[in-house]
Write a protein that binds this ligand. Sequence first.
Ligand code: HEM
Length: 334
Amino acid sequence: MKRICTTELLSKKRVTSLRFIREEEADKLVQLIGRESAAGGGGAAVNLSRLLFAVSNTMTSRTAFGKVRELEESFLPVMHRIRIVDEHLSRRRRRETEHHDIAEAAEEDDNDEDLVDVLLASTNNHLEAKAIIMVRETSPVTVAWAMSELMRNPEKMEKAQREARQLFDRKGGVVDESCLDELHYLKSVIKETLRMHPAVPLSIPREGVEAVVINGYRIPTKTRVIVNYWAIGRDPSYWTQPDEFMPERFLDSSVDYKGFDFQLIPFGAGRRLCPGINYGIAVVSLLLANLIYHFDWKLPNQLKPQDLDMFKNLGVSASRKNDLYLNPIPYHAP
Ligand code: HEM
């Protein structure tokens, strides 16, 4: 799995050379949204979460195998492990909700295998399990969160659309990857989304090979360590108003997600930096640019922006708990 990821999917050359696949699939997504919305007399809400998941699956499948194929088909041996982990997490969450007390739930959990045990029990292959979740889910999950935040903050949506439309109107309405780099506000929207909603909220558990002291804490050899990427992104000692969606904070800042600025590490850092970072960002940027350029979006059932729910589904990846339904209104370049 890791070999497929690094050699077939993720080398910089490969990501660039297969740009046309992403552009074709993004274009199909736009057509599909237009058609789904038009069905039933026009103006119907579309299930954006589902559509994003499908397009990302197709993009990745064509990139990796040259044709559309369910990714699960290729990685059947690791799928049961993912299910074990997800089932375990759901059980634990249910208990936490029932007990309203994490400590009580954890005590009851003591007789059960811990998530860490489940992951480490498959030491040879847990990276594979994690990797398939990365491939399948992280990009669509990130786009869905970005769209959710933009829907809750209409003035930021307008700003992002204005920037995209200024650029792509001049190109006859074709949204491709050639000039995505010029969309500074959109890039900030993506950083802010990754800060607040990292698709992978916790790292894979690791064991220290030697004892270290970090900030006065002694971490003995073989201690299992999990990095909480989500908490780092919301830490008030690094971020002002950490729970507010403010892409502007990145406009004049050099802080990036590439693993050098430790207050923002949604792709991890160091030797374990996500190998899919280039591919993931390419997919997220192109899909988001297409969605905000080609459509104006409304919340269904006269929902107010602040009432859009932001519940998270806490599995290995942190997706929206409820699918995102939105009404698209097609935009036509002047
Ligand atoms: C927005 C998109 C993505 C985010 C936020 C993300 C995030 C992460 C994070 C935080 C890790 C490190 C986990 C750890 O510390 O244990 C990771 C690892 C990994 N990611 Fe991604 N990822 C994304 C997209 C992708 C894509 C598209 C692929 C493959 C096509 C991918 C493949 C992998 C693999 C194989 C690993 C395991 C690497 C290792 O531990 O050696 N990721 N990712």
